[in-house]
Design a protein around this ligand. Structure first.
Ligand code: ADP
Ligand code: MG
Length: 484
């Protein structure tokens, strides 16, 4: 049977505010446990929440960025459940009246086509604390530093049809929230967490199948693998006469396995009700317009600009534009005089693969945009060949030294003394009798290819520092003279 996959995502995005959504405690991560937990975050009796305006503004910016309705009145509710990392006994969240209503995001897929993913809504809520299971013997520790960190939860319609679409959407969303500066985008720290709802149905069927939800995926790679695993599991089930149970699942990336966490039967009844401690959030039209004006360039506009102003091909333009830090890197290197196309190729090529190897984002790499401009200028002016440029890049990265310094200190400058080069060319020709004889015998159209051998020898003799253009000219001259 031919199956169609249906995917809808729920995404938790931590908003990059200095303080929590309802308290003045810092949202700084990496501090000792419970250092950033105020009386409000600890849910001490008698404390009252005070809404952080910055969190509201950031949620509104998201709505504006995706062309969604921003609701002038939204309401906080209590979602009641017991868990050790939630001392209040309820999560303060939004339900029927979220701050951001319906919208959509256009995603360019790897094959170049555009997919529109509808956003059902996005609501404001608080993050919970964390249970710590290591170092407490038979007990668990509770760290409430994260409790009260502002989140928006974004809920999509079930519009995606395979892992590629879901991952492309996730990347586009990451590009949007980082571009507008509402989230640091650090997925390894949990700044963006994806819950993936998956069902399958026979191709051509309108009715949706029973779905499962795989929770808390925090890398694009894990997301892709978890989706593929779950789709296979559901197909296996249905094709062997079984049924899919509506349940929440956990994916273990190390083992590439998933397991059921809880089924819908055991699902909690959260007994939502409007939070009596918080007034409805009322946002004026003027304020929304002010925020709209403050929005920076969005990834889609940036991709356009990279194509129209910098002449980049669309695939590369989109790839860079979706990554805010990479875009800043490209813009900075171009403003320092780097050739845009070369810079884009280096950014998506050498630099990305080097950064991936060390698990660094563009904002963290030890090779600055200024240095890329310096290196590409050296390349363009023939100071180094493209092969040597890659070596210079390696040394710069390793030794934290600018490309010009590396070229100087390691003597990597391309040979430009034509007398010296000519002597080497003569030497190589004199020591390759057989190849020269073959060259002379060969028909003219084959000779171009045969020059490769000589070029290789010269590069070897000069440790790659000979100017390839110069070599080719000299060689052609000398070899052709022998043929006459
Ligand atoms: P709930 O209220 O149980 O959380 P929602 O209707 O809010 O369910 O949907 C939650 C998410 O699951 C949304 O992203 C939605 O697109 C997705 N979803 C709902 N039904 C399906 C389905 N049958 N297959 C795949 N995804 C689904
Ligand atoms: Mg839901």
């Amino acid at each position: 049977m031919n199956w169609q996959t249906v995917i809808g995502l729920e995404i938790h995005v931590q908003l990059s505010t200095n303080t929590k959504i309802f308290s003045g405690a810092s949202t700084q991560v990496g501090e000792a446990a419970n250092v950033n937990a105020s009386a409000i975050d600890l849910a001490l009796p008698g404390t009252l929440p005070l809404l952080n305006k910055e969190a509201v503004d950031k949620a509104i910016k998201f709505g504006l960025a995706i062309g969604a309705e921003v609701n002038p009145v939204s309401v906080f509710e209590r979602k009641n459940y017991f868990y050790p990392d939630l001392p209040k006994g309820y999560q303060t969240t939004q339900l029927d009246q979220p701050i951001v209503g319906a919208g959509s995001i256009d995603v360019t897929l790897p094959n170049g086509s555009v997919k529109t993913v509808r956003i059902h809504h996005a609501h404001l809520e608080e993050d919970a604390g964390k249970s710590v299971h290591e170092g407490f013997g038979d007990c668990s520790g509770i760290d409430l530093n994260r409790a009260g960190t502002p989140l928006i939860e974004i809920v999509t319609e079930p519009d995606m049809r395979n892992a590629d679409e879901a991952v492309a959407f996730a990347k586009a969303l990451h590009g949007i929230v980082t571009s507008i500066g509402i989230c640091d985008g650090d997925m390894s720290q949990g700044s963006m967490r994806f819950d993936v709802n998956i069902s399958i149905r026979p191709m051509g069927e309108d009715k949706l199948g029973t779905r499962t939800e795989t929770k808390n995926l925090n890398s694009f790679r894990f997301m892709e693998r978890a989706i593929e695993l779950e789709v296979d599991r559901q197909i296996d089930l249905l094709e062997t006469g079984g049924e899919v149970t509506q349940e929440t699942r956990l994916y273990n990336a190390d083992q590439h396995r998933s397991r059921a966490m809880r089924s819908k039967e055991e699902a909690n009844d959260y007994r939502y009700f409007p939070c009596p401690d918080l007034l409805p959030v009322v946002v004026s039209h003027e304020h929304i317009e002010e925020l709209r004006k403050s929005l920076p360039e969005l990834p889609a506009a940036r991709a356009e600009r990279y194509q129209s102003d910098l002449g980049l091909p669309s695939k590369i333009a989109i790839q860079i534009a979706d990554d805010t830090a990479a875009s800043q890197y490209l813009d900075a290197s171009v403003s320092k005089g780097a050739d845009a196309k070369l810079a884009a190729n280096w950014i998506t090529g050498e630099i990305t693969s080097r950064a991936n190897n060390e698990d660094l984002s563009f904002s963290e790499i030890p090779f600055s945009a200024d240095w890329l401009a310096e290196l590409l200028t050296a390349l363009k002016n023939g100071v180094v060949s493209s092969k040597i440029a890659k070596e210079v890049f390696e040394y710069s990265w390793q030794d934290n030294q600018s490309p010009n310094k590396v070229i100087e200190s390691r003597g990597l400058k391309q040979m430009s003394d034509s007398g010296e080069l000519e002597a080497i060319v003569d030497d190589v020709i004199a020591n390759a009798e057989q190849q020269v004889a073959n060259y002379i015998k060969a028909p003219a159209e084959k000779r171009g290819k045969m020059m490769g051998f000589f070029v290789g020898q010269i590069m070897k003799a000069t440790q790659g520092k000979a100017n390839p253009k110069q070599i080719n000219q000299l060689l052609a001259q000398k070899l052709n003279a022998l043929c006459e």
